[in-house]
Design a protein around this ligand. Structure first.
Ligand SMILES: Cc1cc2nc3c(=O)[nH]c(=O)nc-3n(C[C@H](O)[C@H](O)[C@H](O)COP(=O)(O)OP(=O)(O)OC[C@H]3O[C@@H](n4cnc5c(N)ncnc54)[C@H](O)[C@@H]3O)c2cc1C
Length: 525
């Protein structure tokens, strides 16, 4: 019997487990279906390049055929281990733009506005490199500069400046706009996941139970009050007045609500699920950042690549890592990037670059030989919305993901401008010196129609699905501003799925901030 049961030990779940188990009178259980985070590919940052091939610690979801992308099924990896997606992500520390939170405030009230979010980001942050009014230096989440960035990442920044994009040393500071090297969630050259920041320090608490390898199948109810969880072959029960908190992510949380009888009534009935609460928005409002990249071969061996000489280079890197926790193995792969406007008339950046000093195709699932660079660009404020729904009532089966990318007519033009801008940056003098040839889309692809076809054929997710259990003040939203699921008692959703709208940036820190905010609301009562 527990007072709180948290489902999913991801970015949000680990924060919740830490904060709520601080009250020694509360018995807290954290249930994660993935294994413990033991694999070295999680902790050595460059291991990221191998994660898409590592079975067991990622969910390898696929979307349904995407109508605007040539009916391709897009690969959607998510973390499935302690730390969740923060154990498999690219470690970029980013908060988003203040205006994102103005939007949240309009949707969900002042507890979700920029002023509150900023306070929480600062309180959570242990920034090792920047000490000013925008940052915190003694919070639990370690943030630092890359120890050994590849020289080409700096060249990318110079090339951006040559394209009249300002240099920016701190995307979480006074202004988001510009190009620069990213700050990362690492400590001493190792990944600093949510599990390392929030779970490791409190594992010894007698009132905190952590279960791994346990798939939650549904939430159990007595009447309209959550009473526990159904796991395979057993039940976890709540003490009277206790709460279940779903932190299963933007795919897992709506799936669990639907499996538990909370969702559109007729969809549930079709799958033979008894309706506990007819909530038509569960799974809707799904938003993600769609991304396209330019790949180019480089002239020398500065980039990281699979090429003759790789073995001795990796041996040298392994020594540097073992001795000083520095060198190439500390790379988060997406080392540099920035924020730009697709059109100067816009008020704020709506495109983000991720620069990789290596050739990476198909999320690292296809091997590419040789040296080169990959410049990604994504649409930060897409208008297209998708949905998560059930494929069946089997909890072990993946849900249906319809991202509906580019279904809004405005989104293609933004990505097209982004692709052209990415090319311009790679053609700027500093970078051009290093480029041997553009590989993709390829120099023959120039006309807008051809570039649009290329986007339809190659665009992919940059891994930021949110919004599928939308939070709002309005009564049709899935959760209220305290993250409580509407229509039932004793159940909250606290993760990326409750974002009222997508953040213009990477989503890990905002998700942890959501958890911190809700935990504080729960502790105050
Ligand atoms: C490859 C990749 C790269 C990324 N790069 C970055 C980046 O560089 N910077 C950044 O800010 N963001 C990045 N992101 C996004 C960011 O990591 C996520 O937005 C964030 O981690 C989401 O947190 P969450 O708590 O909502 O879900 P998650 O962290 O995904 O956690 C959900 C957890 O719930 C578990 N779970 C799900 N269903 C069940 C069930 N039924 N029973 C038990 N457990 C369950 C899952 O196994 C998982 O551990 C990246 C994401 C990916 C996948």
């Amino acid at each position: 019997m527990y007072d709180v049961i948290i489902v999913g030990a991801g970015s949000a779940g680990c924060v919740m487990a830490n904060r709520l188990s601080a009250d020694a009178n509360k018995r807290v259980c954290l249930v994660e279906t993935g294994p413990p985070d033991k694999s070295p590919v999680i902790h050595i940052p460059l291991g990221l390049a191998l994660l898409a091939r590592s079975k067991g610690i990622t969910w390898a979801f696929s979307t349904e055929p995407e109508p605007q992308l040539g009916n391709r099924r897009l690969y959607w990896p998510r973390g499935r281990t302690l730390g969740g997606s923060s154990s498999v992500n690219a470690m970029i520390y980013m908060r988003g733009h203040p205006a994102d939170y103005d939007g949240w405030e309009a949707a969900a009230g002042s507890d979700w506005g920029w002023q509150r979010a900023r306070e929480l980001f600062i309180a959570m942050e242990g920034n090792q490199a920047i000490a000013d009014a925008h940052h915190g230096s003694d919070g639990p989440l370690n943030v630092c500069n890359l120890r050994s960035p590849n020289p080409l990442s700096r060249v990318f920044v110079e090339a951006g400046v040559e394209c009249q994009i300002p240099e920016n040393d701190d995307f979480n500071g006074a202004s988001q706009e510009g190009v620069g090297l990213y700050q990362v969630t690492q400590k001493d050259g190792r990944r600093f996941s949510s599990a390392r920041a929030f779970l490791e320090p409190v594992r010894g608490r007698a009132n905190l139970t952590i279960e791994t390898g346990a798939l939650v199948e549904r939430v159990l109810f007595e009447g309209r009050r959550a009473s526990g969880l159904q796991l395979r072959g057993r039940v976890l029960s709540l003490n009277p007045g206790g709460e279940v908190i779903l932190c299963a992510g933007a795919v897992g949380s709506p799936q669990l609500l639907l499996l538990s009888g909370i969702g559109p009534g007729e969809e549930l009935s079709r799958h033979g699920i008894a309706v506990v609460h007819d909530a038509r928005e569960v799974g809707k409002n799904l938003a993600d950042h769609l991304d396209i990249c330019v790949l180019a071969a480089t002239r020398d061996s500065t980039a990281i690549g699979i090429a003759p000489g790789l073995l001795p280079r990796m041996i040298r890197s392994a020594f540097a890592y073992a001795r000083h926790k520095s060198g190439e193995l500390t790379s988060n792969v997406a080392e540099a990037g920035g924020f730009v406007k697709s059109d100067p008339a816009r008020e704020r950046p709506n495109l983000q670059f991720h620069f990789l000093p290596c050739l990476l195709r198909d999320h690292g699932r296809q091997t590419m030989f040789g040296y080169g660079v990959t410049l990604h660009v994504c649409d930060l404020l897409p208008k297209s919305r998708g949905r998560i729904s059930l494929g069946s009532n089997d909890p072990a089966a993946p849900p249906r993901i319809e991202a509906n990318y580019l279904s809004h007519p405005d989104d293609m033009a933004v990505l097209l401008n982004g692709l052209k801008l990415a090319r311009r940056v790679l053609e700027a003098p500093s970078m051009k010196k290093h480029i041997k040839a553009e590989l993709l889309p390829g120099p023959q692809v120039q006309a807008d129609e051809a570039l649009i076809e290329d986007i339809r054929a190659r665009a992919e997710t940059i891994y930021h699905p949110v919004g599928s259990c939308r939070m709002g003040k309005d009564t049709v939203s899935v959760v209220d501003p305290q993250a409580k699921v509407r229509g039932v008692e004793g159940l909250r959703v606290v993760d990326a799925s409750i974002m009222p709208s997508i953040i213009a940036g990477n989503t890990n820190a905002p998700t942890m901030m959501i958890a911190e905010n809700v935990a504080r609301m729960m502790m105050v009562r």
